[in-house]
Ligand binder design. Structure first.
Ligand code: TRP
Length: 341
């Protein structure tokens, strides 16, 4: 349970590194909208542009475009800038300031065990940026600079959330003060793992070279329907129970996507479609996906036509976020003994 002494506050971030997929939508954005609308939390949603340059320094125009596109994706999906604070990370300097402190709290050993670091650095860790290694301390700072209590993320971020708790606990312990909360991950939302449409054993990814493997949030109705019709399946009909999806990753993925889009359970989907062949089920799924996603793509396109309005929204969100982050940084500096006069 989250500590009751902290205001219920949600923070989550997405890297503006190009192309939002159905995986981002179902795994993170949709739950983020739900948490906003529940009224149970203050909600902050962030385009983490400082994180987006850790893998490589991207051309500036690309970073700007991607930042605006992710913002448009949030708004088109139902994030209301009047209810949530929506902003890009670099506009709130306290993230980077707290990250430095956390670089001095986290241990090299903890960081070296991060599986995402190992995956992304690969065999040539010598050539990876120092920023890529420090990625998780910046992420911890993103969360803890607001004393956020809940973080909706995909399953692949679980280890980074554990590190965030370790950093909070070590800071609190070393300074003998209960200052940072031990943040709860809210894993996976409606669809914990949205998989590759051509290989159900791999995650759906914006970086896969083949566009057929994913649904992009900017895809139009025809493209969505076509990708679903061409998704890999097996020759057997749909089973009547979830256990029957065992060992059938492609089938399971489509049922999972259907359930998440329809806001129901996998079993309820099977109750309705048991015995159907995939040709038939894919038509139903295509209709459902088009009805849910095509309007969002259209709205994103409309928003992207007015970048000045997006920038205004992000500037306003950043200002409201800073009203929360600045006092927490001040208190952190006081605890540490950083003199300010
Ligand atoms: N690492 C996250 C991802 O790739 C993005 C992220 C950065 C994030 N800072 C965050 C997510 C803080 C949640 C909270 O998905």
């Amino acid at each position: 349970m989250a500590d009751p002494t902290f205001t219920p506050r949600v923070f989550s971030g997405i890297q503006p590194s190009g192309g939002l997929t159905l995986g981002n939508y179902l795994g993170m954005i949709k739950p983020a909208v739900g948490m906003q609308n529940s009224g149970d939390f203050e909600t902050l949603y962030c385009m983490v542009d400082l994180h987006a340059i850790t893998a490589r320094l991207v051309p500036p125009s690309e970073l700007i475009h991607n930042t605006r596109e992710v913002a448009a994706g949030f708004i088109a999906s139902g994030i209301d800038p009047a209810k949530s604070m929506l902003f890009n990370q670099s506009q709130v300097p306290e993230h980077a300031q707290l990250a430095w402190i956390f670089n001095c709290v986290a241990r090299m050993g903890w960081m070296g065990r991060m599986t995402q670091w190992k995956d992304k650095a690969g065999k040539n860790a010598e050539a990876a940026s120092l920023g890529l290694f420090a990625y998780p301390t910046l992420m911890a700072a993103d969360i803890l600079i607001y004393h956020a209590t809940h973080v909706p993320v995909g399953e692949d971020q679980k280890q980074h959330l554990e590190l965030t708790r370790d950093i909070a606990a070590k800071f609190n312990h070393d300074y003998g003060i209960e200052f940072f909360p031990l943040t709860e991950p809210v894993i996976g939302g409606a669809a914990p793992r949205v998989m590759n449409l051509q290989d159900g054993s791999k995650k759906m990814s914006k970086s896969d070279p083949s566009d057929k493997t994913r649904i992009n949030m900017t895809d139009d109705a025809d493209t969505i329907a076509k990708k679903i019709r061409k998704a890999k399946t097996d020759p057997d009909p749909l089973p009547d129970a979830v256990a029957g999806l065992e060992g059938r990753p492609d089938a399971r993925n489509l049922v999972n996507i259907y359930a998440a889009l329809a806001e129901t359970t996998q079993q309820a989907v099977l109750d309705e479609h048991a015995g159907a062949l995939f040709g038939h089920f894919k038509m139903a799924l295509a209709d459902l996906a088009v009805s849910k996603l095509a309007p969002i793509a259209g709205e994103m396109q409309r928003l992207m036509a007015d970048p000045a309005e997006i920038d205004r929204i992000l500037g306003d969100g950043a200002q409201r976020a800073r009203a929360l982050s600045a006092p927490i940084l001040d208190q952190t500096y006081d605890i540490i003994g950083m003199l300010r006069s």
